[in-house]
Design a protein around this ligand. Structure first.
Ligand SMILES: CCCCCCCCCCC/C=C/C(=O)SCCNC(=O)CCNC(=O)[C@H](O)C(C)(C)COP(=O)(O)OP(=O)(O)OC[C@H]1O[C@@H](n2cnc3c(N)ncnc32)[C@H](O)[C@@H]1OP(=O)(O)O
Length: 319
């Protein structure tokens, strides 16, 4: 019974077509030909391997930014981020994540997904700030559309999803973790939506996500103050679900997915979809407006100045 996974597949709807066209455009615009090849290679490889299916997707010039493995005994996939130095999310990295999410969602062999990081002490540093600083406007808009896509895919996934948070997880990293069904975190790291501290604003769907996760009152304080919580504080607020020692984070995520797999899949999926659909539909209906707001906000002189100062402060700190 727990094995039954009736999954919504992505049918050739206009949305899917738009997504395919979007990917095609990206591969042309940004020389991502290897992503396409690798995603083909993924399709070819998986049925041939026996136990552990391994997929490595790389974009031109940077190998193994994202490693995806599927254990075909358990059906649990692991998506491991490895984009040094801090797994920041740029356009190419987000595109790879979206391609992997689409493939896993459509794979009948996969029922659960764990997202984690290979970089010591960092889960994900959020959006790549360089995407927002002195941007090319076309790329900036594509970048935001691709981030929206990641949220829609991950928050709306029919898979059982868990974030194995083995390091710092500010802003977009926190968005990614909160989009999962379950969060297990190692002690001693920070997580939260710290946008206001950078002088920028978490858009409405980031806000909806944190409200859905930990309630309105705590979210309004956290969002206005841009608080980065310690793992322990995040646990108390319900932003994360469990804290375990670093070396147990992955195993705990696996055990949790096994627990969720015991629930009849169809019932769980319909329940998840009913709970999350309103937020996802809201973004769908305001998608173009949200891209325009982001573009207009980020390209303001005052915001560019603030971002420039933030980048300088990060660089000084790194020295
Ligand atoms: C009307 C309203 C409309 C609303 C419209 C929307 C408005 C915009 C919304 C945008 C939403 C934004 C979401 C985000 O995710 S923004 C990114 C936020 N992230 C952060 O603030 C994290 C910053 N980084 C850190 O705090 C630390 O680096 C970290 C704790 C992650 C790791 O610390 P550590 O000490 O290990 O490493 P360093 O700080 O030394 O960093 C190493 C190098 O990495 C560079 N770095 C760090 N973070 C980023 C990043 N996010 N993007 C790009 N690069 C990053 C850092 O500069 C160091 O580089 P160098 O070695 O070259 O100096």
């Amino acid at each position: 019974m727990g094995q039954v996974q009736s999954r919504l597949t992505i049918s050739p709807t206009p949305t899917k077509l738009a997504w395919m066209m979007h990917l095609r455009m990206l591969t042309t615009m940004h020389g991502l030909c290897e992503v396409r090849q690798c995603s083909k290679r993924w399709k070819n490889l998986c049925p041939q391997t026996k136990n552990l299916q391994k997929c490595q997707m790389s974009s031109a010039g940077s190998s193994e930014m994202l490693q995806v493995t599927v254990d075909d005994k358990s059906g649990i996939a692991t998506m491991t981020m490895c984009r040094p130095p801090v797994n920041s999310l740029n356009l190419e990295f987000l595109t790879q994540i979206n391609i992997a999410l689409e493939k896993l969602e459509n794979s009948k062999d996969c029922s659960g997904l764990i997202i984690t990081s290979k970089i010591p002490k960092i889960f994900c540093a959020g959006l790549d700030i360089m995407e927002m600083y002195q941007p090319n406007v076309d790329r900036l808009q594509e970048f935001w559309r691709t981030l929206q896509e990641m949220y829609i895919r991950l928050y709306g996934s029919q898979l059982i999803t868990a974030a194995a948070i083995n390091g710092a997880s500010p802003a977009g990293g926190c968005l990614m973790a909160m989009s999962c069904d379950y969060r297990v975190m190692a002690p001693g790291y920070k997580i939260g939506l710290n946008e206001t501290q950078l002088g920028i604003v978490a858009p409405f769907w980031f806000q909806d996500l944190i409200i859905n996760t930990m309630g309105f009152r705590q979210s309004e304080m956290a969002l206005q103050l841009g608080t980065l919580f310690t793992s322990e504080e995040a646990l108390n607020l319900g932003m994360v679900d469990k804290i375990v020692p670093q070396e147990q984070v992955m195993e705990t995520a696996i055990q949790e997915i096994h627990k969720w797999k015991k629930i009849p899949g169809f019932a769980r999926q319909i329940t998840k979809s009913a709970l999350r659909k309103p937020s996802i539909d809201k973004l769908h209906s305001k998608r173009e407006e949200d891209i325009a707001n982001f573009r207009d906000f980020i390209t303001k002189d005052s915001i560019q100045k603030t971002l420039g100062m933030y980048i300088e402060s990060l660089k000084k700190k790194a020295k």
